[in-house]
Design a protein around this ligand. Structure first.
Ligand SMILES: [Zn+2]
Length: 334
């Protein structure tokens, strides 16, 4: 792929995306061509076997690639995690608590491993593997089931003191707003995520104000996915459109605040809601940012949709390990 950092050792590398429900590994050659890949569910029927499945998904990806020699593995994993040691602190979906993921993979494959938060790694991929690569300061915001964020400042992922910087979804946007999954009230995620929108859409459906939603999903919040919301708007559910526009605008208010604090050159927007309704989401997020960022900080900031889709994390992870190796580091904790 043109423009991305080349792998100086000329060996292959592996990018891994560990999600709450699916995991994926892609093997790249030194020029970032895909040699092979593999996808699996994150948990088997028996439950607590996520660690075995990670090793297996990488092994099978390497087999599909013709078992090349590899120089390192990059991983994007749900957090919170310690980016210094590659230890996953707590991911209930995968059953991991204080789990040394980087060490496990280093022992299993005998190569350096770098592990970082999946949203950080996705933002890194969108930065390094697209036309955004000429920038040095990039903010990633991903509104979907929750609202994730990644911050790149001076060409580096911002981890902060705790290692967990970038929790864009937990900016307080409504002081007495609804409860958030984090236990606080009024976070951006509690008023603007797909789940927050779906709750309102279900209420509209229940009282007959969202006919398409009622017909397709009844009032089941979990069934009201981003694609259903997009189709409801196309079908003319005007109140659903108003709810989605308001949520996107509030996301833009959050983005405007972050522009004031971080002064990025580009904001990249991805996630399920943006993938399903790119034009509407970009319009309202841009409007929110325009109205809440200071003009001097807002001017010249590019606000754009993510381009890599499901491949952002594997590409970002592979890129991250290549740059890690090029800088002479040996991966997390080494
Ligand atoms: Zn929260």
């Amino acid at each position: 792929m043109a423009g991305v950092e080349k792998n100086k050792s000329r060996d292959a590398i592996v990018g891994v995306d560990i999600g709450g429900t699916k995991m994926m590994a892609t093997v790249y050659d030194a020029d970032f061509n895909i040699l092979g890949n593999c996808r699996k569910k994150s948990r088997g029927k028996s439950g607590n076997d996520s660690e075995k499945r990670v090793v297996k998904v990488i092994r099978e990806a390497l087999e599909t690639a013709g078992s090349p020699t590899i120089s390192g593995i990059g991983v994007g994993s749900p957090g919170p995690l310690d980016p210094e040691t590659g230890v996953i602190i707590d991911t209930p979906n995968l059953g991991w608590k204080d789990f040394p993921l980087a060490a496990l993979l280093r022992d299993a494959f005998g190569v350096p491993v770098v592990v970082d938060n999946d949203v950080n790694v996705g933002t890194y991929g969108e930065w390094r593997c697209t036309s955004l690569r000429s920038y040095r300061h990039v903010l990633g915001v991903f509104p979907g089931t929750g609202i994730g964020g990644g911050i790149i400042i001076d060409g580096k992922i911002l981890h902060g003191f705790s290692g967990a910087a970038g929790e864009v979804g937990h900016i307080t946007i409504a002081l007495d707003g609804p409860f958030c999954g984090c236990g606080k009230r009024g976070c951006l995620e509690a008023v603007a995520s797909r789940v927050a929108i779906a709750k309102e859409a279900a209420a509209l459906a229940a009282r007959g104000d969202a006919p398409y939603i009622l017909e397709q999903c009844g009032t089941d919040v979990n069934a009201i996915r981003s694609g259903v919301l997009a189709r409801a708007i196309e079908a003319g559910d005007q109140m659903v459109e108003a709810v989605v526009r308001k949520a996107a605008y509030l996301t833009g208010v959050g983005v405007g605040n972050l522009i004031n604090v971080l002064s990025p050159e580009a904001v990249v927007l991805g996630g399920g809601l943006v993938e399903a309704m790119e034009a509407l989401m970009l319009e309202e997020i841009t409007r929110g940012a325009d109205e809440h960022a200071m003009p001097f900080l807002r001017k010249d900031v590019v606000i754009t949709a993510a381009q890599l889709g499901d491949d952002a994390v594997v590409m970002g992870a592979a890129q991250l390990i290549v740059e890690h190796l090029a800088s002479g580091k040996k991966g997390n904790g080494k």
